[in-house]
Design a protein around this ligand. Structure first.
Ligand code: C2O
Ligand code: CU
Ligand code: CU
Length: 480
């Protein structure tokens, strides 16, 4: 699963034909003309061996984001291998059907490595999903959304000024599956879009430009119980949604665009307008811009119908857990030049009492902003960009918090502490399925339940704004 870093030819406009190469489970198929890693397809129950050969000049290790694997197979930075070495992964696929991803978890270098192309998608299939007869083959389209910045030679630019690290690094071009101006020539029938936010920091508010609802059939951990229609979906780095899009009845030649719509409140002060717009090109974080376009190219014969019932999800309740009253705390602490969890920057062998978890238990957890946010902390290295004057009004940031190991269920969002900006994102959360990454807005408290079964050892939890992760906004749970 290694891949050479190739920046490619970002200005060449390529049309995606909609052909997704399909092989038997476990075979690698490429996303055509892309710097992304190969698409991996697996089957639930399959035994898997993957050799990671490190052809980089420095250390690396690969993490299988979303997969329930033993600690030694999870890509913890403890297991980094040096240039030239090989790491052999062996595990059984315990996940149900769903879209997951893989990327390096190299200490302090995750953001940079993902940015340069060391990431890819994983699709897991199972018999439950297959029985539904959802669109597949050329009608099942992976959509990996990333933002990138290119220099005059079309090479990737990744900066690490303090403001890029504090806010996250934002590109000024949107790429889908590694390519700009992504367009799909579609039949007038139903499609399944497997959407992954593979950006290092950018958060999207996905909506169809003709105001038709986004029909969501799955999220991080696979299918929902029933489809839900959303006006838009918030998708933070590391999150996935499974979208049903039925173009039946649309005339040949019609175009439909998936856009990211305007929102505010995820960056402090003027952040959304500044970031992404400050390096000569305008793609502000909270702006309104296209992601990809669908052009109805052909009429269609028959099309599958959207199933009313997709799956069954056993709901857990606090009383099922080992700690109904005392959730495991995940406190987001923001301070001057500092983004951490539970007040401690990441360090190896630094397990705190609240981070020891007994194996084979269900736990409640609670994520919250521990302090008032960086506003009170004062400067965060933004002064020279004119942010200084807004310090008094600054809010905290939104953070996509990701937990390794098994996926969790969201119990409740307590929004008593959020600002008025919350209204611009509040209808975009998919909380009814299994999740492994959750966007936590400033002032919000989120309660959830997570199983810690089968495997002992270190399982990380961290912010999936990868610049934050690399600054140490990461901790370990020790399951024992
Ligand atoms: Cu996708 Cu620990 O990360
Ligand atoms: Cu992960
Ligand atoms: Cu963060």
């Amino acid at each position: 699963a290694t891949q050479t870093i190739l920046p490619g030819q970002p200005t060449r406009v390529l049309k995606y034909t909609g052909k997704l190469l399909r092989g038997p489970a476990g075979t690698l198929s490429e996303l055509p003309d892309s710097y992304l890693g190969p698409l991996l397809r697996f089957e639930t129950g399959q035994k898997i061996r993957i050799n990671l050969r490190n052809r980089l000049h420095g250390p690396t290790i690969t993490h299988w984001h979303g997969l329930h694997v033993p600690a030694e197979m999870d890509g913890h930075p403890l297991y980094e291998i040096a240039a030239g070495e090989t790491y052999v992964y062996e595990f059984e696929m315990r996940n149900r059907a769903g879209m997951n991803l893989y990327h390096p978890h190299t200490h302090n270098l995750t953001g940079k490595h993902v940015y340069q192309g060391l990431a890819g998608a994983i699709l897991v299939n199972d018999s439950e999903e297959r029985r539904l007869g959802l669109p597949d083959g050329e009608y099942e389209i992976p959509i990996v959304i990333q933002d990138r910045r290119f220099d005059g030679q079309n090479q990737l630019v990744y900066a690490s000024h303090m403001h890029d690290r504090m806010m996250g690094f934002y590109g000024d071009r949107i790429l889908v599956n590694g390519r700009p101006d992504f367009q799909l020539d579609a039949d007038a029938r139903a499609y399944r879009f497997r959407v992954l936010n593979g950006s290092t920091a950018r958060i999207y508010k996905l909506a169809w430009d003709d105001a038709s609802p986004v029909t969501v059939i799955g999220c991080d951990g696979g299918l929902l119980e029933t489809p839900i229609d959303k006006p838009y979906v918030m998708l933070a780095p590391g999150e996935r949604i499974d979208v049903w899009a039925d173009f039946s009845g649309r005339k040949v030649g019609t175009r439909l665009t998936m856009r990211s719509r305007s929102f505010s409140g995820v960056l402090p002060g003027m952040g959304e307008r500044m970031m992404g717009g400050m390096h000569g090109s305008a793609l502000p974080v909270g702006g309104d811009y296209p992601i990809f376009q669908v052009r109805i190219a052909r009429p269609a014969g028959d099309s599958p119908a959207l199933p009313h019932k997709l799956s069954t999800i056993k709901r857990y309740r606090p009383t099922d857990t080992a700690n109904p009253r005392q959730p495991v705390p995940i406190g987001i602490s923001e301070g001057p030049m500092r983004m951490v969890l539970n007040d401690r920057p990441y360090a190896f062998n630094d397990i705190q009492p609240g981070e020891r978890i007994q194996v084979d238990t269900l736990q409640t957890l609670e994520i919250f902003h521990a302090h008032g946010g960086m506003g009170r902390g004062g400067m965060m290295g933004m002064g020279r960009h004119g942010m200084g004057g807004n310090m008094g009004m600054m809010m905290a940031m939104a953070h996509p918090i990701h937990l390794h190991g098994q996926q969790f269920q969201i119990l409740e969002r307590d929004t008593a502490g959020v600002s008025a900006d919350y209204a611009s994102v509040k209808d975009g959360f998919i909380d009814s399925g299994w999740k492994d990454t959750v966007l936590v807005m400033p002032g919000e408290r989120i309660k959830m339940i997570k199983p810690f079964q089968d495997f002992k050892g270190l399982f990380m939890y961290h912010c999936h704004n990868l610049e934050h992760e690399d600054m140490g906004m990461m901790r370990d749970f020790l399951v024992e």
